[in-house]
Ligand binder design. Structure first.
Ligand code: FEO
Length: 394
């Protein structure tokens, strides 16, 4: 796509990947994505910040057609969707020096075969003068790799944030996309990519809060001309605050687990607790991840397959364990035909979740009055725990 002006002397070359529906062969992209590269033109030198995914390399090189010389290429993150075309960029622009954080150096060499002699590492806070425009590097590690950094241009109060604060959203709009739509896409992105790094993100937010920012330009999705919008959203997501809400991923083979889940939903709703239910046979796991961003409780419900949980439930439990949501309470319900170790196996799959287990329920065959009474008891425990917890919104 051709370069478009974002601020005077600052252009974006957005490679919009409308068709992409899966990232890392794992993360659903219902709205596609974009890989944004930025040109910063100083009076003396021109820099390119980030690049694009190799699949859309042509989009970037089209946008660079009018650019005769690139003095600096900034790699804020070594993952292939922003750095995969660096070897070709360096070959096309032999005068360019590649700037990256110290931790990125070995990653760029090992993952992409970037020639080490073309690299120069930059320190946190280091400034590079382009002539009337300055690149100031801000170390923001673990959003979401160890080497990630942001770049601040103080003359325009622009922060280039790469993955951090971004969204998977294919659009031709640069700024001012409907806030509800961007919030949803950014929250999905946070849930799938950033959530495991909550405490580090808090520190990174504090670091960028010290800057005077007028525009945040991530390398996925549209830019934010109201930086507080996305910064406050992130502050909320990483805070200890929880919703009075229960997330229930489940699957049912012959209906018993589904009946237990329906009863739980009624029992919780009747006690003023919101519930989000995900039938894992049809669930978009990105939606499940989003629901786990701020729910107080996770209840996993599964039938038994060869003694263990249904594989779809095992997958969801493993995903929750990887994403480490701030959920504080949990329960597990399982049904079975003749024998089951599903409850202990599910519990063993989520060691990263620092949860208090408020109940387990193992049901042979169809649920009965006793089962439903036990589900009522679990619902009451959950409602009481939420009520007594100062972090859970009333
Ligand atoms: Fe958008 Fe971590 O790459």
């Amino acid at each position: 796509m051709q370069a478009r002006e974002l601020r005077k002397g600052i252009e974006i070359i957005a490679s919009v990947h409308w068709e992409r529906r899966l990232f890392d062969a794992l993360i659903p992209l219902p709205d596609g994505t974009s890989y944004n590269a930025y040109l910063v033109h100083g009076a003396e030198r021109t820099a390119l910040i980030d690049s694009t995914d190799p699949e859309l390399a042509g989009e970037l090189f089209d946008g660079l057609r009018q650019v005769g010389r690139l003095d600096l290429i900034v790699s804020q993150h070594a993952e292939q969707d922003h750095s995969g075309v660096l070897p070709e960029l360096l070959a096309r622009y032999p005068e360019a020096t590649l700037l990256c954080s110290p931790k990125a150096e070995s990653l760029l060499v090992s993952h992409l075969g970037v020639p080490a002699e073309r690299l120069r590492t930059v320190a946190d806070g280091e400034r590079v003068d382009l002539g009337g425009k300055t690149l100031q590097f801000v170390s923001t590690p673990w959003v979401h790799w160890p080497e990630t950094m942001c770049t601040y241009v103080p003359e325009d109060r622009c922060l280039f944030s790469c993955d951090f604060l971004g969204s998977h959203l294919a659009t031709t709009a640069l700024i001012g996309v409907d806030k509800g739509r961007v919030y949803e896409a950014a929250k999905r992105y946070y849930a799938e990519i950033m959530m495991p790094f909550r405490s580090i993100i808090q520190r990174n937010l504090d670091r960028i809060a010290a800057l005077d920012i007028d525009l945040i330009a991530p390398s996925h999705g549209p830019a934010y001309d109201d930086p507080a919008f996305i910064i406050e959203a992130y502050r909320d997501w990483v805070s200890p605050r929880l919703k009075n809400e229960v997330v229930v991923p489940y699957i049912s083979m012959h209906g018993s687990t589904a009946r237990m889940v329906r009863h739980l939903v009624d029992a919780l709703a009747g006690r003023g607790v919101a519930v989000q239910v995900f039938d894992l046979a049809v669930t978009d796991i990105g939606k499940l991840a989003m629901a786990m961003v701020d729910a107080a409780t996770l209840v996993v419900a599964t039938p038994t397959v060869h003694l263990g949980p249904h594989p779809a439930v095992a997958y969801a439990a493993q995903l929750a364990n990887l994403l480490r949501p701030k959920v504080k309470y949990a329960a597990v319900m399982a049904s079975y035909g003749w024998s089951s170790k599903a409850i202990e196996q599910v519990a063993g799959m989520i060691p990263n979740l620092k949860v208090k287990v408020l109940g387990t329920l193992l049901q042979q065959g169809q649920p009965n009055a006793e089962t439903f009474a036990e589900i009522d008891r679990i619902a009451a425990e959950i409602a009481q725990a939420h009520h007594d917890d100062a972090d859970v919104a009333g």
